[in-house]
Design a protein around this ligand. Structure first.
Ligand code: GLN
Ligand code: ZN
Length: 764
């Protein structure tokens, strides 16, 4: 019999119950007992969903109040010394508040300390807390939470499978905090702790433990491949059966390593990497179970059960009872329950599956593959096929005009008329900016007033006219403030935008929105990505009226503000029926029309934000160039329609540019503003080494901090920048948009920034 299971389930709850409880606890509105009760309730509900769907295991260990990688750090005693939790670690009982302090720097109890760094989990939009490694810190079993949850799960009477981030992936995600300390130097002690964890789970009566090792889909150095061998040879004596889970990509050159490790079962992602199924089948030892990730754990489309049944027939034949089925990865990355979407139109709804529906898909597929499906299973299969057929034929998906426009594209469409030096002359003549021109990244404070106004409009309590009048007031206020501060290139402040992706998605054809399609991004923060359903096009201008109005209020240049094609793609659920690159080109052409319209309306500076360019990089370097080629081309398609005298800006905010500097230069934006202040301008080295030819605005102060930056400090930073980039090509601006700050912080900070620019102009 083919077993059905899931690698993990979203823990936030269908209505973000976990978010509410955790935030209430932080604010002191509920106590720890109430928080724990919500956790228990959610776990029970999620296990019940897995049983109801007919899965053969319930999965335990995927729950976390903040982050599952953080929970492993706590479990193995890797609490950084600054949190002062040595006693808790020694007692083997690190508290929830210590974990919260690691995550956010503070908690209802305990002394605040600098939070751990947070970063994206592989190529997802989920952020984990980076484990920290110290040379002399003893690693030891230091948490009880997992074991308590296992008891809870065992009490349900259903077979239990425990999931934990595997030791090598935990270490791969970790950072050494001491000079000369190699991460692998901590492996031996870490594996000892994992051995203890497994032994304890076995004592509790657990048979199966899933160790997540997605590090195996990345380019691993030889010593890390060797470390996998060493660690798993040690763990094979553990009194449990191990399922080694890989996901997000093809195993590639780690395929032999992964199939050969001494574990009882291997999970592979056959959605991202369908071709590896045959290769793995050929290499899998005869004793080993193969868990095939057949249902997409990263996207929201309904599965093609008929095609999958056919596709899995060979695997079933070759593996017999050794075949398991699951979603490709944990369902953490998709929304919880499609049934919550009461306002979604039935046609679109019939094309989708969220986490709960995906559980049904896995279980149904397992029965179909075994030919033990009942009438309900056959009906499910037929319904899936009918929905897919409808989707393939639907006119809301395929628009011939979009396809024709794409087909007619020529290389010249992605090239500005003249090279940068000529454009710069035309722009400088038109804009007449001083040396070290000052600007901001786009948004100004999203005040409570703005948010309540938007909500009232959304609820129908405020007319469109009244809403737009209020937004115009906000824009006028922002323009007036910027003029008073003496900024050179102004922005309208983006008060009308709820979110930089949603705003454009709502105005483009081909996008759809859900009410409850929340996915955890980090901690209690969730995002609700739009769904790109069909061919994308723009039927009318999206931003022009606002920018035009803002420009009418001032003689200074007003910067038009757009979210770039790669970022719109990257922060949405995308179509699975055409390459990402095709969808991205469609978005690029829609934005191209907006650029042309802004220009025609007299806007002389247009910024196309691409903060997500870097995160679209594939997990393996072999895929980088191909991705960067089309991503850069899409940006250029959006921008290249601009005349020479129109200045195109872009903005990016993340820390590493070294490895993609050639692509950044290839964007050929006239000006790029980047986040640099926290790196002491070191991030500019990449631009200097590359002899980056266009203009750069290295952020001079960190907008994440409420502190007002010092004039001297910003002058010093810019002086440093001028050693790397010629002063004529430098701009002065903050690190990022100001929407999360208040005016009380923004005004003095920008005043100081403008003053710094004045000092610089006198000096250079
Ligand atoms: N223009 C956007 C803003 O200022 C850019 C946001 C971002 O970089 N993520 O808010
Ligand atoms: Zn930014």
């Amino acid at each position: 019999m083919t077993l059905a299971h899931t690698l993990g389930y979203p823990r936030i709850g269908a209505h973000r119950e976990l978010k509410r409880a955790v935030e209430a606890y932080w604010k002191g509105e509920i106590d720890a007992a109430a928080l724990e009760a919500t956790g228990r309730e959610l776990r029970a509900r999620h296990w019940q969903a897995q049983r109801d769907a007919g899965l053969d295991f319930i999965t335990v260990g995927d729950f976390a109040f903040y982050d599952q990688v953080l929970d492993v750090s706590v479990l193995v005693g890797a609490v950084p010394p600054r949190f002062g939790a040595e006693d808790e670690v020694a007692r083997g009982d690190v508290s929830l508040d210590t974990a919260f302090r690691m995550a956010r720097g503070r908690a209802p109890t305990g002394t605040p300390a600098a939070a751990c760094e947070m970063t994206k989990y592989f190529d997802t939009n989920y952020h984990y807390l980076v484990p920290e490694l110290y040379r002399d810190q003893p690693l030891r079993l230091a948490g009880t939470r997992l074991f308590d949850e296992v008891d809870e799960a065992l009490a349900t009477g259903h077979p239990v499978k425990v999931v934990l981030t595997g030791p090598l992936t935990w270490l791969w995600l970790a950072k050494s905090r001491e000079a000369g300390l190699e991460r692998l130097a901590r492996l031996d002690e870490l594996v000892t702790v994992y051995g203890e964890i497994l032994a304890r789970l076995a004592e509790q009566g657990v048979e199966w433990v899933q160790l997540d090792e997605p590090a195996l889909v990345q380019d691993l150095p030889r010593d890390w491949q060797q470390a996998f061998e060493t660690a798993y040879h040690r763990l094979q004596s553990a009194p449990v059966r191990l399922l080694l889970a890989t996901y997000f990509e093809d195993l590639g050159d780690n395929l032999g390593l992964a199939t050969g490790l001494p574990v009882d079962a291997l999970h592979i992602d056959c959605v991202r990497a369908p071709d590896q199924l045959e290769r793995v089948l050929d290499r899998l030892p005869a004793y080993k179970i193969l868990s095939v990730g057949a249902i997409d754990g990263r996207n929201i489309w309904r599965a093609d059960l008929a095609a999958l049944r056919e596709r899995l027939a060979t695997a079933r034949m070759r593996l017999g009872e050794r075949l398991w089925l699951a979603p490709s990865c944990s369902l953490l990355h998709v929304p919880v329950d499609l049934d919550s979407e009461t306002r979604l139109d039935p046609e679109l709804k019939s094309w989708l599956a969220f986490a709960r529906q995906k559980l049904d898909e896995v279980a149904t597929l397992a029965r179909l593959v075994d030919n033990r499906g009942d009438d309900a299973d056959r009906a499910a299969l037929e319904a899936a096929t009918a929905a897919l057929d409808a989707r393939r034929r639907s006119t809301r998906i395929h628009r011939s005009a979009v396809a024709e426009r794409l087909a007619a594209l020529r290389p010249a469409d992605a090239r500005r008329t003249s090279p940068y030096p000529e454009r710069a002359r035309a722009q400088h003549a038109r804009l007449e900016l001083p040396l070290f021109p000052t600007t901001t990244i786009g948004s100004f404070p999203q005040t409570a007033g703005i948010r309540t106004t938007r909500l009232a409009f959304k609820r129908g309590e405020l007319s469109r006219e009244a809403y737009e009048a209020r937004m115009r007031e906000e824009i006028a206020h922002a323009v007036e403030r910027q003029e008073a501060l003496g900024l050179d290139v102004l922005v309208h402040g983006e008060p009308e935008r709820n979110d930089m992706v949603e705003y454009f998605g709502e105005r483009l054809d081909g996008f759809a929105f859900t009410d409850f399609g929340w996915v955890q991004s980090y901690g209690s923060r969730c995002v609700k990505p739009p769904v790109i359903v069909g061919d994308v096009s723009r039927s009318r201008p999206m931003t022009v009226a606002w920018s035009e109005y803002a420009q009418s209020l001032t003689d200074r240049p007003m910067k038009g503000m757009l979210t770039g094609p790669v970022t719109l793609l990257q922060w949405s659920f995308v179509r699975d029926d055409q390459p990402r690159e095709t969808t991205c080109r469609q978005i690029a052409l829609a934005l191209r029309d907006e650029v042309a319209d802004l220009e025609a309306a007299g806007i002389g500076v247009i910024q196309i934000d691409e903060p997500a360019l870097r995160e679209g990089l594939p997990l393996r370097q072999s895929g980088w160039q191909g991705y960067l080629d089309w991503a850069v081309n899409c940006f250029r398609l959006s921008a290249a329609v601009a005349r020479d005298a129109t200045q195109i800006h872009t903005h990016m905010c993340y820390s590493e540019f070294n490895d993609i500097i050639a692509a950044i230069a290839a964007l050929d934006a006239d000006v790029i503003t980047i986040e640099t202040s926290r790196s002491d301008m070191e991030l500019l080295d990449a631009f200097q080494d590359f002899a980056y030819p266009n203009e750069i605005g290295p952020g001079v102060y960190d907008i994440h901090s409420p502190n007002i930056p010092e004039v001297d400090w910003m002058v010093a930073l810019m002086a440093k920048a001028a050693e790397k980039i010629p002063a004529e090509r430098l701009w002065v601006n903050p690190d990022c948009g100001l929407k999360t700050r208040g005016w009380a912080e923004v005004e003095p900070a920008l005043a100081a920034m403008v003053e710094a620019a004045g000092v610089l102009r006198r000096r250079f």
